[in-house]
Design a binder for this molecule. Structure first.
Ligand code: DC
Length: 218
């Protein structure tokens, strides 16, 4: 018997990270932030100044990189032994991640790295295709969304708290462009699994969303 998986998919800024981390902690389960895998690859690709149209080189880098995730109170990510945690949240990294995530060959290389997170006693997996592609057999699936405006304003606050320079109008535009790219790509597009519980968090507090997800597990 494989350990149980709860998948939480949805668009950028829907609150998946906060909800997933909290639910994983309550359950004592592992946590996979799959976006950080795409973001880490984006950083590796940007640092090597690879053209974003050069798919073959991006695939080679995806195969070669070593990623370590240390899950304490905060997630610490090391790329080839170097702590890149502070570089992960920026919008620039998210945009490059979204572009390279559209390449099927890149996704294929990163698939096993994500599956490896399915460890006892269980896993909460957060992303775009957790319930549809990576863990289609998961017994509990959630699709968490919110309006683009609400998500942009949350992302703006998050970035400000981290003292990262941000502009709300620009973030709204980027979130809409990222939604389009993630939804319209041919390979593993962002969409709710047929058997997912759909939650619109636009008018819900984080605690209310966590409660709904915990009710699903119970
Ligand atoms: O969740 P995030 O904002 O950290 O993700 C950054 C980008 O990575 C997102 O725009 C698309 C890509 N991504 C993906 O394609 N599949 C996932 N499971 C997670 C992220």
């Amino acid at each position: 018997m494989k350990p149980p998986v709860l998948t939480i998919d949805g668009p950028s800024g829907a609150g998946k990270g906060t909800v997933s981390r909290s639910v994983a902690k309550k359950l004592g389960w592992h946590y996979l932030d799959s976006g950080s895998i795409y973001r880490s690859l984006a950083i590796a690709v940007s640092d090597k100044q690879i053209d974003l149209l050069d798919i073959a080189s991006i695939v080679d880098i995806a195969k070669a990189i070593s990623l370590e995730f240390e899950c304490g109170d905060e997630l610490v990510v090391k790329l080839d032994g170097v702590d890149i945690t502070d570089r992960l949240p920026s919008e620039a990294t998210g945009n490059v991640a979204s572009i390279i995530a559209a390449y099927p060959d890149v996704r294929a290389v990163l698939l096993q790295k994500q599956k490896d997170f399915q460890q006892a006693p269980g896993l909460v997996a957060d992303g775009r295709d957790m319930g549809t592609v990576v863990f289609p057999e998961a017994e509990n699936k959630v699709f968490l969304t919110a309006s683009a405006q609400e998500r942009a304003s949350r992302r703006y606050k998050q970035l400000k708290e981290k003292r990262i320079d941000a502009n709300l109008a620009q973030i709204t535009k980027e979130i809409e462009a990222r939604d389009r790219r993630d939804q319209e790509r041919a390979s593993a597009p962002l969409k709710a699994a047929d058997d997912a519980l759909f939650i619109d968090s636009s008018n819900l507090s984080v605690d209310q969303v966590i409660e709904e997800v915990m009710n699903l597990i119970r």
